[in-house]
Design a protein around this ligand. Structure first.
Ligand code: 9MR
Length: 377
C-alpha cells in the first residue's frame, strides 16, 4: 500500500485564496490536523498518487471552449481552487481547447502559445505529464484556414509548419500527442469531405502528419484518437485496419485511444477491454483520453442516488478495462466539475457527467475510481 504526502501543492499566489474552501475537502486535509485525520489510506491519497506505476490519471484543463466564455472567467486563470485540484489530484493534464488550431492560430502568420505554454509550465511545476490535443482534426479550425482556398502544396506546407512548430516547441515535454483526431465517421468511412486535410491532400496526409510529429519530437508517443470506438464496431474496425497499414509502412504510430464519452442512456460498452486489446496486440499503446458519463437530467435537477450509483459503475468499468491492459498507461477524465463540462451545452437534457460536484467535493464515481486504483497498486 502506498503512503503518500498529505500537504497540498500550493500554486503561487493562489495559495492564500484557496486555504479556506479546500479545508472542506478530505483530500486537502493535512495529516497533522487533529480534527482532520483521514480515516483510511485511500482518503489521504489523490487519484494520481493511488495509481499503479506506469499509469497516469489525467484531467482536461478547462478553458477556451465556446460555452465557457459567457458564464465564467477562464477557469485555469480565474478559479484558484479548481487549479489547486488539478495540481494535486492528477498526474496528467490535457488541453481541452488550448492546443487546437482555432486557439493556437489566430491567423496564418501567428502562433498564440500563451495558454498552451501556461498548461505545460503548470504541469511541469507540479510534476505532471501532458497530453497534446490535437494536430489534425476536422473541427475547431480557424476560418482563415477553412475558407482560405489554398492550393494543395500550400496547404501541405501550412500543416507541416504547424506540426513542426507546435510539436517542436514542446519537444520532450508532451507525453502523448493526439496527432489525428476523429478522422473516421461512425460508419468507419474516412472523413473525406469535412476534414480539410484529407479532402484536399488525400488520406496519405495522415501518415505524413505522424512522420512530421515524430521528427519534431522523437520522444512523444503519437496517437490516433476518437469517440464511439470503445466497442468493436465499424469505426474501431476502420482504426484497426488503418493501424495495421500504418505500422506495415513503418509510420511512427504509437497508440490508439478511445475518448470514452459515455451516457447512462446507453448500455456500457462491455467489450472495451477486448477492443483495446487487439490494438495492444499490434504493439500499440492504448489510453482512455476523455472519459465522462452523462445522464438524463432536467435543468436545475439533481441526479438521483441510483443515477450516481450507475455513473460510478460506468466510470469504474472504464478504469478496470485500462487497469487490465498492460498497454494502457493514461486514463483521463474530460474536465471537472460539472459547471465546466461541455456536456450540458451539447446535449440538452443531460448533465452531471464529471466526477466532482460544482463545489469540488467528490461524487461516488470519484470514490469508485480511487478505490480501484488503491486496490490495483
Ligand atoms: O470540451 C471541448 C469543448 O469545450 C469545445 O467547445 C468543443 C468544441 O468542439 O470541444 C470539446 O472537446 C472535444 C474534444 O476536443 C474532442 N472530442 C470530443 C470533445 C467533446 O466535444
Amino acid at each position: 500500500m502506498k503512503r503518500v504526502r498529505t500537504s497540498t501543492l500550493l500554486v503561487g499566489a493562489a495559495a492564500a485564496a484557496v486555504a479556506v474552501p479546500l479545508a472542506l475537502s478530505p483530500i486537502f486535509q493535512s495529516s497533522d490536523s487533529e480534527t482532520a485525520e483521514p480515516v483510511n489510506d485511500a482518503q489521504e491519497m489523490s487519484l494520481g498518487e493511488a495509481a499503479p506505476d506506469g499509469l497516469v490519471i489525467g484531467s482536461a484543463v478547462a478553458g477556451g471552449g465556446h460555452h465557457h466564455d459567457e458564464d465564467y472567467p477562464d477557469p485555469f486563470t480565474g478559479d484558484a481552487p479548481y487549479r489547486e485540484l488539478l495540481a494535486t489530484e492528477f498526474t496528467s493534464l490535457s488541453a481541452e481547447n488550448q492546443m487546437k488550431w482555432d486557439h493556437l492560430r489566430p491567423d496564418r502568420d501567428t502562433y498564440a502559445f500563451d495558454d498552451a505554454d501556461a498548461i505545460v509550465e503548470f504541469a511541469e511545476r507540479n510534476g505532471q505529464v501532458v497530453r497534446g490535443h490535437t494536430l489534425l482534426w476536422h473541427s475547431q479550425n480557424p476560418d482563415w484556414l477553412e475558407n482560405g482556398n489554398f492550393g494543395a502544396d500550400e496547404l501541405r506546407a501550412i500543416l507541416r509548419d504547424h506540426i513542426e512548430t507546435v510539436v517542436g516547441r514542446y519537444e520532450g515535454r508532451i507525453q502523448q500527442w493526439d496527432v489525428a483526431n476523429e478522422i473516421f465517421d461512425d460508419n468507419g468511412n474516412l472523413r473525406t469531405q469535412d476534414n480539410i486535410w484529407i479532402r484536399e491532400l488525400g488520406p496519405e496526409i495522415i501518415a505524413d502528419a505522424f512522420r512530421w510529429a515524430h521528427e519534431a519530437d522523437p520522444s512523444a508517443e503519437l496517437y490516433l484518437n476518437d469517440y464511439s470506438v470503445e466497442s468493436v464496431n465499424a469505426k474501431s474496425d476502420a482504426y484497426y485496419r488503418m493501424s495495421q497499414d500504418l505500422l506495415a509502412d513503418g509510420v511512427p504510430l504509437h497508440g490508439f485511444s478511445a475518448q470514452t464519452h459515455l451516457s447512462l442512456q446507453y448500455g456500457f460498452p462491455s467489450d472495451l477491454e477486448d477492443n483495446l486489446r487487439r490494438f495492444e496486440e499490434l504493439g500499440l499503446g492504448t489510453a482512455l483520453t476523455e472519459v465522462d458519463v452523462r445522464m438524463p437530467l432536467a435543468e436545475g435537477a439533481e441526479p438521483t442516488e441510483e443515477q450516481l450509483r450507475q455513473q460510478a459503475d460506468y466510470y469504474l468499468r472504464t478504469l478496470e478495462a485500462c487497469l487490465n491492459l498492460s498497454s494502457c498507461g493514461s486514463y483521463t477524465v474530460w474536465g471537472l466539475p460539472d459547471k465546466y463540462s461541455w456536456v450540458p451545452v451539447t446535449f440538452e437534457g443531460e448533465g452531471a457527467a464529471t466526477i466532482y460536484w460544482d463545489d469540488l467535493t467528490t461524487k461516488p464515481a470519484y470514490d469508485a475510481l480511487l478505490e480501484a486504483l488503491v486496490d490495483a497498486s
